[in-house]
Ligand binder design. Structure first.
Ligand code: CMP
Length: 235
């Protein structure tokens, strides 16, 4: 039997649902995994397709999206940390893919076939428990998004999204929190269910008030925004 690639094994170790596995079990899984590289904009998973594999992000960035009839997109989630996984839902409930997944930049993925994934879960009940833990996390996040969509106006939704980005990838400074690679205005719009034009208008208003400072891809969020003063009182 061939030896597992050490890079595949160390990546699988980072996957929350496999982190509990011992070296031998992880090696067995790594032997089954296949590597796949995709270009920016490539379709990785198509909504309504049959689910044939689980994906683990090795490198790059992918987005989970729904497309409306007009072609407008809603971003449900972005995976960008090595070890993030997706494509589990169709493997668990035997229904078609729940959403589309597209590469946002050239990315490398590990895939595990449906049969290998199911066989692994059958043998390792702890993996099933870890999947439930991750699905609960994702459901909590989805609940928060539904709450924001129903309860906040677009000004509040953008402020809430910027606070989330500050918490997940911001860098603390004297002046506030810096996000070095902010999403584009179109991406922000697709994350909070509005148009790019509206995001542009609200960002300009936040900048005018001094709540944010935009310099190219860099975004400085001031304390007024982070502490929640901003985002109330839509214009
Ligand atoms: P699956 O339905 O097989 O294919 C699309 C994948 O996108 C899905 O599995 C999940 O892995 C992922 N996905 C769908 N909805 C969400 C969401 N709200 N948050 C995070 N990931 C999601």
């Amino acid at each position: 039997m061939s030896a597992p690639r050490p890079d595949a094994r160390s990546l699988l170790r980072k996957v929350s649902i496999f982190a509990h596995l011992g070296e031998a079990e992880l090696s067995a899984l790594a032997r089954l995994a296949e590597e796949r590289s995709v270009e920016a904009e490539a379709l990785v998973v198509g909504q309504e397709d049959a689910g044939d594999a689980l994906f683990v992000l090795a490198q790059g960035r992918v987005k989970v999206v729904l497309f409306g009839e007009s072609g407008r997109e809603v971003i449900l989630s972005i995976f960008k940390t090595p070890g993030d996984f997706f494509g589990e839902m169709a493997l668990l409930d035997d229904a078609p893919r729940s959403a589309t997944v597209m590469a946002m930049e050239p990315s490398t993925l590990l895939t595990l076939s449906r049969a290998d994934f199911r066989a692994h879960v059958d043998r390792h009940p702890r993996t099933a428990l870890e999947i439930l833990t991750e699905l609960s996390r994702r459901l909590r996040r989805a609940d928060a998004v539904i709450g924001d969509l129903a309860l906040l106006d677009v000004f509040g939704r953008l402020a809430a999204k910027l606070r989330q980005l500050a918490a997940s990838e911001g860098e603390e400074t004297e002046a506030g929190v810096i996000i070095r690679q902010r999403p584009t205005q179109a991406e922000l719009a697709a994350m909070i269910g509005t148009s790019r034009e509206t995001v542009s208008r609200v960002l300009s208003e936040l900048a005018r008030r001094g709540d944010v400072v935009m310099t190219g891809k860099r975004l400085l969020l001031r304390r007024s925004l982070l502490l929640g003063d901003a985002g109330r009182g839509a214009t």
